[in-house]
Design a protein around this ligand. Structure first.
Ligand code: 3PG
Length: 206
């Protein structure tokens, strides 16, 4: 991929669980209107790949990721559908190799120094710190910087507008990820105006 790192597009990567693929395009447009240029559509619903396909076709301006990639097959299907980067809750050789074979960036999840070292051995320098709040929060992530200064993170899991600034202030954090910009009730109402407002507020967190 050319252009900026996935971690440098926006302060927040919205993590989206979509039941209705029809909502994907207006959702992506609402994020862009609110100033967020990146989205992660999680492969947690049966319609997720349709949503990825729709955004890839209709909203090429947004950097489109597929999340919850847990095996090589997920990675291949997501890239075939149009995903430009992949996110995984963990770090496995199969997923790392699948992403590399398709030449797309992967934010692989780690939560411990040993996992971070294994990711580094596989050539990854930009990682997802997951589940961020439950694993130790911003203080824990800050403590990884001294021994592992070559790593940058997108913390995800339990991030809110209240705790996001504490992560965004860390030198080893590029951006945070979270689902608060696309809450289930807002998506169910198809309230894309609200998504745009939440996106605008998220951009202002840094
Ligand atoms: C993820 O997959 O990164 C998390 O489910 C997002 O976590 P959150 O819902 O706590 O923001």
């Amino acid at each position: 991929m050319t252009g900026p790192s996935v971690l440098d597009v926006s302060p927040v990567i919205p993590v989206v669980v979509l039941d209705d693929a029809q909502a994907a395009v207006p959702l992506a447009r609402a994020l862009l209107a609110g100033g967020i240029g990146v989205v992660e559509l999680t492969l947690r619903t049966t319609t997720a790949l349709d949503a990825v396909r729709a955004v890839a076709t209709e909203v090429p301006e947004i950097l489109l990721g597929a999340g919850t990639v847990t095996c090589a097959e997920d990675a291949a299907r997501a890239v075939d559908a149009g995903a430009q980067f992949l996110v995984s809750p963990g770090t496995t050789r199969a997923v790392v190799e699948a992403a590399r074979s398709r030449d797309v960036p992967l934010l692989a999840g780690v939560a411990t120094p040993s996992e971070a070292l294994l990711a580094l051995e596989m050539g990854l320098h930009e990682l997802k710190f997951f589940p961020a709040e439950q694993a130790g929060g911003a203080a824990y992530l800050a403590a990884l910087r001294s021994p592992l200064p070559q790593l940058r993170f997108c913390p995800t899991g339990g991030i809110t507008p209240a705790n996001a600034p504490g992560y965004l202030a860390l030198a080893n954090v590029g951006c945070v990820g979270g689902s608060w910009i696309t809450p289930p009730d807002v998506l169910a109402r198809r309230d894309f105006g609200r998504v745009e407002e939440l996106a605008r507020a998220a951009v202002a967190l840094r």
